[in-house]
Design a protein around this ligand. Structure first.
Ligand code: PLP
Length: 430
């Protein structure tokens, strides 16, 4: 196939007619598919259902923990759950607080607390004229939504194959004390799937921000979510990188079992230095007398340890990997030679990041929607929902069954072709 960019106007026009016919045939099928969010599939969630039976009225709790999980107490979680989550996050368990069901909730609270009370005695962010966050792009829409909600100004930082642009980050944080944080998804990032290199992480830990209350928000959402469990990617510890640079308090790490056990029904954690953890606990005193320790116990009894988690995630991968493969195969077959898109091939996580020709993403998403396939909104992967080039689309292959996913991807690639031809014809006529 010749690339679209080298086609004549006549060739593009006849191609457009053929593509519209193909599209009409799709519309006639009356599809109703959703690839908007990275949700675990029914089959993945089924794997965790037996967890609902491991703690019941007959359970001898004392065989698992000395804590009375049915009563108040153990504000930072039962030690066994702290240990389990610490092993996922590769930090010591004393650095960990096990909270409720959602890591996003903890991230929100962390920012809310900084807004009202500052961090380790700093001026509350809400009292400052400006508060800014660095946002590697494309990134996770919910991180950006938290910032927008609190009126935190977001600064786009380009992503490379090994992590965000560290030259830019070093320069910005050193020069501007209103920059208070950076969002990072270091492993199998949402949406690119990239993993940060050792060099990037060492430089992160060695940052010298002008603001003493600058923090790295290290969202380790996909720590154990490998697509090929025989070849997991290892990512360097941000804790160790900060420690090596003498910046013990520079990091907060977040994680949950939302995509291990139950989405929104797992256990969520924050980890950080002793000083930051003490600061968080001081505030927690006013928030709660303790989170759900029965759910923590369920996770401990069901998974036992990191080996148990890894075995479970290998079973997840057996369901997820074929879905990623089919998306990549259809993209390769339908798009590669036309030269109208690029995409990532992640080794883990929940997403593939697609870049079309500039100025096509919104059109692709609306064409797909009109034919019955809901995608993540164009622009969602950027702060304020504004993709300056209108080209990035997050592909979320996890939820639909394989056959539906294949149909959705066939339609997606058709929409990419149509939007690209339309774009090229418009630019010819300008
Ligand atoms: N962080 C990232 C990077 C995610 O992709 C997601 C969900 O898609 C979350 C956090 C949400 O996690 P939780 O369910 O623990 O709030």
């Amino acid at each position: 196939m010749t690339t679209y960019a080298t086609m004549t106007i006549d060739e593009l026009e006849s191609l457009r007619i053929a593509l519209y016919q193909e599209y009409d045939a799709f519309v006639a099928k009356g599809l109703s598919l959703n690839m908007a969010r990275g949700k675990p599939s029914v089959a993945q969630l089924e794997l965790a259902r037996p967890m609902l039976d491991v703690v019941n009225a007959q359970t001898d709790v004392s065989a698992y923990t000395a804590v009375d999980v049915f009563n108040y107490g153990a504000l930072d979680g039962i030690p066994e759950a702290k240990q389990l989550m610490a092993s996922i996050m590769e930090v010591p368990s004393e650095d960990v607080i096990v909270m409720g069901n959602s890591s996003l909730n903890i991230m929100y609270d962390t920012i809310a607390r900084a807004m009202t009370h500052g961090i380790l005695g700093s001026t509350p962010w809400s009292k400052l004229e400006a508060v800014k966050f660095l946002c590697p792009i494309p990134g996770y829409d919910r991180h950006f939504a938290i910032c927008e909600h609190f009126g935190i100004e977001m600064i786009n930082v380009p992503m490379h194959d090994d992590g965000p642009d560290m030259d830019m980050i070093e320069r910005l944080v050193a020069a501007d004390d209103s920059i208070k944080g950076i969002w990072c998804v270091p492993k199998y990032a949402n949406p690119t799937g990239i993993c940060y290199s050792d060099d990037v992480i060492m430089r992160m830990g060695a940052l010298t921000p002008a603001a003493s209350d600058f923090r790295i928000f290290w969202d380790n959402a996909y720590a154990v979510h490998h697509l090929d469990s025989a070849h997991p990617v290892a990512v360097m510890s941000i804790r160790e990188a900060c420690k090596a640079a003498g910046h013990e308090d520079l990091w907060y790490m977040f994680a949950s079992t939302s995509k291990v056990s139950f989405a929104g029904g797992g256990i969520a954690v924050v980890a950080s230095s002793a000083a930051n953890i003490a600061d968080i606990k001081k505030n927690m005193f006013f928030q709660t007398i303790g989170h759900d320790k029965i759910n923590q116990l369920r996770h401990v009894v069901f998974f036992k340890n990191l080996d148990g988690i890894n075995a479970h995630m290998t079973a997840h991968a057996a369901i997820l990997a074929p879905k990623f493969e089919i998306v990549l195969e259809i993209f390769e077959n339908n798009l590669a030679s036309a030269g109208i898109g690029e995409w990532t091939s992640p080794r883990g996580g929940y997403f593939i990041s697609f870049d079309g020709m500039p100025g096509t993403a919104k059109r692709i998403v609306s064409l797909a929607k009109a034919a019955g396939v809901t995608l993540t909104g164009a622009g969602a992967t950027y702060p304020y929902g504004e993709d300056p080039e209108d080209r990035n689309i997050r592909i979320a292959p996890s939820y639909p069954p394989l056959d539906e996913l294949a149909q959705a991807c066939e339609l997606f690639t058709l929409c990419v072709k149509i939007a690209s031809v339309e774009k090229l014809l418009t630019s010819h006529s300008e």
